[in-house]
Design a protein. Structure first.
Length: 681
């Protein structure tokens, strides 16, 4: 009879195959066959099995995507073949000239076909797979030597940890990018936290890939398109298009807009098509890359020291315009942050009329020295809020007026103060500033929050003006009669809104937490808190120490959460939400898979010191956390266990001083219940 362990092993293998299949359908083919919930259930079942039988843990386990600890620095890595850059062509003439030069190299009789691909604006990366497993991810660096950013690359969900079939060795190159919605969310969060926003998604992606803490990288949702099969054990396919198809088959995402073209006319049409769709794509593109399809012809064409002659980047014209700053207004956000906004003489830019551009904060206004009356160069990165690139100082009129940030809220006149270490000035009237109230209500009703359809800007303004609502809990006291008296609001719309409000009471806990609008807590943070704590009551009672003990929750967020719940007004708010019938506990599906009750690490604080033979520290950490333990960096009286590897130093001495239990690497392995999995690896 098969032992429990054997059954578990078989089930884990089947789950891994299914997970790999559905991941590809979802992330690569963009054509899922099952719901997100069903997929999550598969991952959860595998995680549970791995917790019960840690020896089943493999390097491609979903529980190990984010296993890393903050690194001190990245290790340099020399690329097998250099990552070349691309020559640019601006406009059709230069594209024609490029083809002429190419033809001189490969001969007039040659009949090249081309592959045209969107030029995604991110940063290039090279990934290595060995025996089908993701082994390494390296940045481009100077083209010869890059940085080993494997722990961050592992957090990118569209990069599989395992290929769909075993492949002895493979290197693929691609572009890592931050999708536009993730970029916008990141910048919103940075502004709210008083941090400078990233100028564009490329900078944000580059900064994120090089973060030393992979947990932060994971939370930012990078994505990747692969564009070259660089090396393969055995022969490379003779055509680039076949290389791309192979990448896709193996689970490496390629851009669906890539197209094979038979001649330059088709190339031009494809470029025009990409440019036409440019504004609607969920990522930034600054052009198209045209590549010779046949590898034999590529070899004929050769490369200069910098560029291949068989490819060129066709650059789209920049989406920029100049206009005049009519006024610099100040907006008050949900958390009271005062944001300067340039009101512009309306101008056409990338197909829309632009009449305002954010200036982010007073430091930014000062740095760019933007004054009322100035002519400014504005830029639109896709559909993102336009930015002021720079002032055209030569056209500054004598009358240009400098901007001064008011020290009172422009809406409620309460003092606006700047807290230490913050860039943003905030209205101090958190309880009753109408602007903050308005934004708080809109945020509460928003899509990632309680998702109350029909409760948009116009209605919120009316509700506030008529004093029908003062805060978020007040929404649940609205009555049909009063509502239907509002302008443009009949009985039917009133009933609809009440229905929406009623339905919102059952939203998952993570949405409620997000809806509260606690500073530094966005959608992702709210989900993490809901999962770890399970109820609003427990969140309200959590100490800063408990909060920072949760993976992905940093000290700033922890401080913001405790400060939110310390305010009596917020206590009352939550009590009113609860009385209105809003659900404040998590659905079981929101909760972290339970830790086995007999886990030797459940609730224990563990310190790792020295090297553990055959086990990376990140793996050890992931295993301890998967078994319900917490890994801490320093030994104190709160430490339960110290694992002392080779060349353990002062931490071991301190543990002995404090009389804390110390485990050798062998004992640690035993306790993990996995004496073979990582040895010799
Ligand atoms: S091919 C030798 N294809 O553009 C081939 N590059 O300006 C070199 N890029 O460093 C790259 N999308 O980061 C290629 N579809 C694409 C691309 C692409 C974006 C980036 C890449 C490269 C830069 C060159």
């Amino acid at each position: 009879m098969a032992s429990k362990k054997q059954t578990a092993r078989r089930r884990a293998e089947a789950l891994r195959r299914q997970i790999a299949h559905h991941r590809k359908r979802y992330y690569v083919d963009d054509d899922p066959e099952i719901s997100d919930g069903e997929y999550d259930a598969l991952e959860r079942e595998l995680r549970e099995l791995e917790q019960a039988f840690p020896e089943l843990l493999t390097p491609d386990s979903p529980s190990l995507r984010v296993g890393g600890e903050p690194a001190k620095a990245f290790t340099p890595f020399r690329h097998g073949t250099p990552l070349l850059s691309l020559d640019n062509a601006y406009g059709e003439d230069e594209l024609g000239e490029w083809e002429q030069r190419l033809r001189r190299r490969i001969g007039d009789e040659a009949r090249p076909s081309y592959v045209v691909e969107p030029k995604v604006d991110g940063l290039s990366i090279s990934v290595h797979y060995r025996d089908g497993l993701l082994q390494r991810g390296v940045t481009r660096g100077d083209g010869e030597v890059g940085e080993d950013v494997t722990s961050n690359v592992r957090t990118i969900r569209s990069i599989p940890l395992r290929l769909t079939r075993p492949t002895p060795a493979l290197e693929a190159r691609g572009e890592v990018f931050l999708p536009r919605p993730a970029f916008e969310r990141l910048n919103r969060e940075r502004l709210e936290a008083g941090e400078p926003p990233f100028a564009n998604p490329r900078n944000a992606a580059a900064g994120t890939v090089r973060l030393l803490d992979p947990r932060i990288t994971a939370s930012r949702r990078l994505d990747c398109y692969f564009y070259e099969l660089a090396a393969l054990d055995g022969e490379l396919p003779e055509r680039h298009a076949d290389g791309l198809a192979l990448l896709r088959e193996l689970g490496l995402k390629t851009n669906p807009l890539n197209a094979v073209c038979e001649d330059l006319r088709q190339v031009r049409d494809t470029i025009a098509e990409i440019e036409r769709r440019r504004g609607k794509l969920p990522y930034e593109t600054d052009g198209a890359v045209i590549k010779v399809n046949e590898l034999a012809l590529r070899r004929e064409a050769g490369s200069t020291s910098k560029f291949p002659r068989w490819a060129v980047a066709y650059k789209f014209p920049a989406q920029q315009a100049t206009t005049v700053v009519l006024e610099i207004a100040v907006q008050v956000g949900r958390t009271g942050a005062l944001t300067p906004v340039a009101l512009l003489e309306p101008v056409q830019l990338a197909g829309t009329t632009v009449s305002r551009a954010t200036l982010h904060n007073e430091e930014e206004v000062e740095r760019k020295d933007v004054r009322v009356g100035d002519t400014v160069l504005i830029e639109k990165a896709g559909e993102i809020i336009p930015q002021v690139v720079k002032v055209v100082t030569a056209r500054r009129p004598k009358s240009a007026r400098r901007f001064a940030m008011p020290d009172r809220c422009p809406v409620c006149n309460a003092p606006a103060v700047k807290e230490e270490g913050e860039v943003a000035r905030r209205c101090s009237n958190t309880a009753s500033c109408p602007a903050q109230r308005r934004e708080a209500l809109l945020h509460f009703a928003g899509r990632g929050a309680m998702d109350i359809q029909g409760l948009g800007e116009a209605l919120v303004d009316q509700l506030l003006a008529q004093d029908l609502v003062r805060d978020i809990a007040g929404l649940y006291d609205l009555e049909a009669e009063r509502l239907s008296e509002l302008p443009r609001m009949g009985e039917k719309s009133a009933a609809n809104l009440l229905g929406q409000l009623e339905a919102s009471k059952q939203r998952p806990l993570r949405r409620l937490i997000n809806a509260l609008g606690i500073r530094h807590v966005g959608e992702r943070g709210a989900a993490v808190l809901a999962q770890a704590l399970g109820s609003l009551e427990r969140l309200a009672e959590a100490t800063e120490e408990q909060l920072t003990g949760i993976a992905e929750i940093g000290p700033k967020t922890a401080a913001a959460v405790t400060s939110f719940f310390r305010q009596p007004a917020n206590h009352e708010l939550i009590e009113r939400l609860r009385r209105a019938g809003v659900r404040t506990v998590a659905d079981p599906s929101e909760l972290r898979a339970a830790v086995p009750s007999d886990s030797p690490f459940a609730g224990k604080t563990v310190v790792l010191t020295g090297t553990l033979p055959g086990m990376a520290r990140s793996q050890a950490r992931a295993r301890i956390e998967a078994l319900g333990g917490k890994v801490s960096g320093s030994v104190s009286k709160n430490t339960d266990l110290v694992v002392a590897g080779e060349e353990a130093g002062s931490k071991l001495d301190r543990a002995r001083e404090l009389g804390i239990e110390v485990l050798t690497p062998e004992q640690f392995r035993e306790r993990l219940g996995a004496d073979k999995t990582f040895s010799g690896g």
